[in-house]
Write a protein that binds this ligand. Sequence first.
Ligand code: HMG
Ligand code: MG
Length: 302
Amino acid sequence: MNLPSRVTLVDVGPRDGLQNEKQPVATEHKAQLVAMLQAAGLREIEVTSFVSPKWVPQMADNEAVMAAIARQPGVRYSVLTPNMKGLEAALPTKPDEIVVFAAASEAFSQKNINCSIAESIERFAPVVEAAHAAGLKVRGALSCAVGCPYEGDISADQVERVVLLMKGIGVDHLGVADTIGVGTPRKIQAAMERALKHYPLVEVSGHFHDTYGQALSNIYACLELGVHNFDASVAGLGGCPYAKGATGNVATEDVVFMLNGLGLETGIDIDKLVDAGAYISNVLGRPPVSRVGRALLAKRAG
Ligand code: HMG
Ligand code: MG
């Protein structure tokens, strides 16, 4: 089996991880988390989102967080922008990349961004155009790519339909997201293959929540297809406020441990990554969800 020799991880912990936290997390802690992630070797970090503060209060300090991060050359900082209002607020904060987010399921689209899939694409079109005009890359997240908390199973045909819509408006990169973590390897491969029909390998990524503990297997299944870009969340933080019961993304520590074992290069120092996970978990007052994080911390303590 020929797996890719190098894998790029985007740490989405500061955004996807923290957006779901009920307790306010101070801006300085968010900035410190970003600092520790880049110190650990992460070269892509999803920092915050420019969404309605009424919908997601935890991300209300988006401008302050972008101002507080100590940018390091070679690191790309991305933010979520669901509409022109979000993009207009984001641009002065100088992200390197923006993320628009659609869903393969109508019901999830309504719950998450208050519009149909078709309306979301209409909203994103000028956002993509303006982002490109500003020289920014646009990633597209495609939620509920195998299952929806409201509609149940989602077919690969439903996925491909939205992949094509995203491509039609010029989205540069397609992230296949298992929002509620119900995917298993063959189902994930089937969804991925539809993205790969329309996007080059280098512009497709996996974003797997680990609710059912399947995310590492799903990443391995994607490596088998040659996919080598994945989102992950330090300490396994997070979830989506509009996908009740869904837990965090696969923990970055767990992914790096698996990739190290496979001999695949990530450029990430796992000890420093564990430090970042321990730091934010301490801020939140609970142990890291990451199994690898907990194991390595226990080993250090012992
Ligand atoms: P809406 O209510 O339909 O929007 O929300 P609207 O245009 O009718 O505006 C209503 C109010 O929101 C107005 O304010 C606007 O100014 C304001 P008011 O006049 O009532 O005071 N508003 C905004 N404020 C700040 N920033 C903005 C913005 N837009 C409008 N950009 C909207 C539509 C998309 C804004 C709303 O539904 C929203 O913010 N949703 C949040 C969705 C979200 O953040 N979800 C979590 C992230 S996605 C995710 O986690 C999935 C992912 O990880 C992949 C996966 O796992 O599946 C990416
Ligand atoms: Mg997510």
